[in-house]
Write a protein that binds this ligand. Structure first.
Ligand code: PA5
Length: 440
């Protein structure tokens, strides 16, 4: 795939070519099942052809709304939880300056972007409102169901905050809703209040929704050309529609993680070597964890950020209980380049790498780690992304969506539901005295 390379060299001692040959027929069956919509959760397969089916009309609408917000907003607050915020957060962190919100508006060229409704913390929400004082604020409240407690509570509070600052009419113009076309309390509010609203296709679940207005509006507000993101995803959609796992990296990745799982490696650690990928790992954890962790099965998805975590979790990965495999997510080209200076007295002893870039050293750390971990009994593979471009992240989003769907089916799991998430909600609602939920 143009911007994604999957390196499986360090798996070869654990997974044989014969095992890959043997799993191919099961992959074929799942491929067919997904293409024909015959899988459990078949009502939620809209993500499969979402990139190629996104119409120019929808894209223009998203771009138009984003332009309007960008012209007047100093701060743009995205309200959502789980699949309704992680994709946008991952893309924005990946594509922009590490300290974007701290730059001047002129240097950033877009509003500051904040996220709310992803927790139930007064401290977080009040601190955010303190920070918003004096700024021109716009909100994008995102919820597929329109009834999720965390974003609903944050929206109620932030809506009141906007009304106090701008009056009811002024607030209304600053609120953008992304939700289901027909159902849910948020849709009802959008219709009643006349908020500008974008639709989440009914057949796409939260964690598969980054390539809908859920992810695309915030990304467009951040100043990214969403057409490039979509093009990357479209190209990945096309490559990922090949059944042969040796020609389709998403299927190869899915097959290998399943074969490793069957050998007792029940934890996959996604290790990134660049902080810009931190939230991509968070997004991946949700996608993998919520899709596969059910019926007493599923790979536990964990993540680390190297080299930082080599000084904490590195010890465990090298020498701890042998139940993990690793997937490195690396960047071929970074956006900036710092060269280590030469110093005459060389007191810190670093002259042996003077003249080298930080990324060169980071790369050697990666090569050293992958070999060390393999030696320590942790098979690993690498997904190498070409660069920090919108096209690359579009490819990567689709790559993981397809891979995790196939992987979940290889485990005979419905990757598109999340029944376990409801359990805590019932308890919480009962404790809060929500009508319709008895004590218990
Ligand atoms: O993947 C999922 O379906 C969930 O993680 C949801 O994205 C999350 O619970 C938020 O749901 P909603 O968008 O309905 O508020």
């Amino acid at each position: 795939m143009e911007h994604i390379e999957l390196d499986v060299e360090n798996i070869k001692t654990s997974v044989s070519e014969g095992e890959l040959d043997n799993i191919q027929s099961e992959v074929n069956r799942i491929h067919d099942e997904l293409e024909r919509g015959l899988t459990p959760g078949s009502g939620y397969l809209g993500w499969m052809h979402q990139p190629s089916r996104l119409t120019g009309e929808v894209i223009d609408r998203i771009k138009g709304e984003a332009e309007g917000i960008r012209e007047d907003a100093d701060a743009f607050v995205v309200i959502g939880i789980g699949g309704s915020y992680l994709g946008a957060k991952a893309a924005i962190e990946f594509l922009h300056h590490t300290f974007s919100n701290q730059l001047s508006k002129e240097d950033r060229g877009s509003p500051e972007i904040y996220f709310a409704g992803l927790n139930l913390s007064s401290d977080y929400l009040q601190d955010l409102m303190d920070l918003l004082e004096g700024k021109s604020v716009y909100l994008n409240v995102i919820s597929k169901s329109g009834t999720t407690t965390e974003p609903a509570v944050a929206f109620r509070v932030l809506k009141r905050y906007l009304e106090e600052r701008y009056g009811a009419e002024g607030a209304r113009k600053r609120i953008f809703v992304t939700t289901d076309k027909d159902s849910g309390a948020l849709r009802e509010m959008a219709n009643k209040e006349g908020y500008s609203s974008l639709e989440i296709p009914a057949n796409i679940g939260g964690r598969y929704s980054v390539l809908t207005p859920v992810g695309l509006l915030p990304v467009a507000v951040s100043g990214t050309d969403i057409v490039e993101v979509i093009e990357g995803a479209r190209d990945c959609e096309s490559v990922s529609s090949i059944g042969d796992l040796r020609s389709n990296p998403a299927y190869l990745y899915a097959a290998i993680r399943n074969l490793l799982y069957l050998k007792g490696l029940h934890v996959e650690i996604l290790a990134v070597f660049n902080p810009s990928l931190r939230y991509l790992a968070e997004w991946w954890k949700q996608l993998a964890g919520e899709s596969e962790g059910k019926d007493g099965r599923g790979i536990y998805p964990a993540s680390v950020e190297f080299t930082t975590d080599l000084h904490s979790m590195g010890q465990w990965i090298q020498d701890g209980r042998r139940m993990v495999f690793e997937t490195f997510l690396t960047l071929k080209e970074t956006a900036k380049d710092i060269t280590i200076p030469h110093v005459e007295d060389d007191t810190d002893g670093l002259n042996y790498i003077a003249g080298r870039s930080l990324d060169y050293v980071n790369d050697k750390a990666y090569v050293g780690v992958r070999t060390a971990h393999l030696d320590g009994g942790v098979p690993n593979m690498t997904i190498e992304l070409k660069d920090r471009s919108p096209y690359s992240i579009g490819q990567l989003f689709y790559f993981f969506e397809k891979a995790i769907a196939v992987s979940g089916r290889l485990m005979k799991i419905n990757p598109f539901d999340q029944p376990g998430v409801e359990h805590y909600k019932r308890n919480m609602f009962s404790l809060l005295g929500k009508p319709g939920f008895s004590d218990g």
